[in-house]
Design a protein around this ligand. Structure first.
Ligand SMILES: [Zn+2]
Length: 91
């Protein structure tokens, strides 16, 4: 698998840190304990196309939203996470 960083170009996954589901949103500070527990501990186990956060830790230090197929590792898109957030965070 190769990730095409918008800043650095195509790089191997060893240059990145995987941060998981790009659709998670932090609860409000006053959210219930159950909401916080779900946010911190519960994750889906999807198959197929999925949007994930990756951090280019050995490169430009950019946060990226990578859409890929979790079965084949085919990558469909790579965007800066800040650009996704500016579009309304529809990760
Ligand atoms: Zn980069």
């Amino acid at each position: 698998m190769r990730i095409n960083c918008p800043c650095c170009g195509e790089r191997g996954p060893e240059e990145f840190s995987y941060l998981g589901d790009a659709s998670l949103r932090r609860p409000a500070p006053e959210a219930s304990e159950a909401e916080w527990a779900d946010y911190v501990y519960l994750r889906e186990n999807p198959s197929g196309r999925f949007r994930e956060l990756w951090y280019h830790s050995a490169g430009c230090h950019a946060w990226l939203v990578v859409e890929r197929d979790l079965r084949t590792h085919e990558i469909f898109s790579v965007e800066f996470a800040r650009d996704v957030a500016m579009k309304g965070g529809a990760a």
